[in-house]
Ligand binder design. Structure first.
Ligand code: ATP
Ligand code: MG
Ligand code: FE
Length: 334
């Protein structure tokens, strides 16, 4: 079955053609990041406009690259939630129009389920059940993936997401948006024990995360250094901060693996590209005899191949929609 996937939940306009949920025939991503950089973050109104301008060309390119004309496409899968509402609407309306005019089934896909599916594209042998750490710009979840379409949230962030925690702290350090990427690079040259930072925990909810206090600790540290006129070593601060965030993520993820007795661990989302997170998870899994799966780097961030992949499994489970499909800014992955 050949599925055309469409993604427009944030600042990437993307389309891809995927065969049977596993084989990427084409994947096109038009990123708006350079424009949003000017404002230090994603400006929703600009994002919607750029999606509207780009979407037809991106879809046409994905079809051309795949070597499959529209007549050989079996279904259209689209991200319908969660994300920026104006951005999501562009993809959803385009997908509805295309499905209606071509007489194809329409498959709504949850963006975070798509992030998890990036692993089905990377690791052909991976099948549920497994435990997944979904860490992205807007979400930090520990999820029990019981089947391709049955998921349960075991833990989540109470405030900032991991990606947001990286981006906001980076911004305070003067690193341009999206700072998480650059902070990871700078941190490689730093001493991660140079600055003492907290490892926040959530009382009574051992699998939940809280990152806002950690971000505040960095902002206070920078503020105090500024007042005293002391130099801050950027690589050391980046390394110390990155280790604090990664420690929180890996500690809770391993706790969840022990509690549920899961041997198969999976990471997904933009932050799963983080070098330290990948190294530490690999090490912890090797030590405890668990198997780790991470998406290839090109599939960690937003793309439409992951949407087409998850779309295949949603279709098999009977999850299609009609022309009443609407976009939804917030919706649980369950
Ligand atoms: P969501 O998926 O929750 O809707 P999003 O789609 O905006 O949010 P993603 O595209 O999955 O998020 O990921 C983007 C985030 O990943 C940004 O916050 C970015 O800083 C972060 N990120 C990307 N690469 C790295 C890295 N190497 N280290 C840390 N963070 C990273
Ligand atoms: Mg993005
Ligand atoms: Fe995302």
């Amino acid at each position: 079955m050949i599925i055309l996937g469409i993604e427009s939940s944030c600042d990437e306009t993307a389309a891809a053609v995927v065969e049977d949920g596993r084989k990427v025939l084409s994947s096109v991503i038009a990123s708006q990041v350079e424009e949003h950089k000017l404002y230090g973050g994603v400006v929703p109104e600009i994002a919607s406009r750029r999606h509207s301008e780009a979407i037809a060309g991106v879809v046409r390119q994905a079809l051309a690259d795949s070597g499959k004309p529209l007549s050989q496409i079996d279904a259209v899968a689209v991200t319908y939630a969660p994300g920026l509402i104006g951005a999501l609407l562009v993809g959803v309306n385009f997908a509805k129009g295309l499905a209606l005019s071509a007489g194809l089934p329409l498959i709504p896909v949850h963006h975070l389920r798509g992030h998890i599916a990036s692993n089905y594209l990377t690791s052909p042998e991976l099948e549920p059940p497994f435990l997944c750490l979904v860490v992205s710009g807007g979400h930090s979840h520990i999820i029990e993936v019981k089947s391709y379409t049955q998921l349960r949230v075991l833990g989540k962030t109470r405030d900032d997401a991991a990606g947001e925690a990286f981006d906001k702290a980076a911004r305070a350090m003067g690193i341009p948006y999206p700072g998480g990427v650059e902070m990871d690079r700078i941190a490689e040259a730093g001493n991660d024990r140079a600055y003492q930072l907290p490892r926040p925990r959530v009382d009574g909810a051992p699998l939940d995360f809280s990152f806002s206090g950690l971000k505040t600790a960095v902002i206070n540290l920078l503020h105090n250094a500024g007042q005293k006129g002391t130099e801050v070593n950027l690589p050391d601060l980046c390394a110390s901060y990155r280790r604090a965030v990664v420690d929180c993520l890996t500690e809770n993820f391993l706790k969840a693996a022990e509690q549920t007795g899961t041997q198969k661990l999976v990471a997904a989302g933009g932050v799963s590209a983080n070098r330290l997170l990948r190294r530490n998870l690999q090490e912890l899994c090797a030590k405890s005899g668990r198997k780790l799966y991470v998406p290839e780097l090109s599939l960690c961030g937003d793309n439409a191949a992951m949407i087409a992949s998850q779309g295949y499994y949603e279709y098999l489970a009977g999850n299609t929609a009609g022309m009443e499909l609407n976009a939804c800014a917030q919706r649980s992955i369950e």
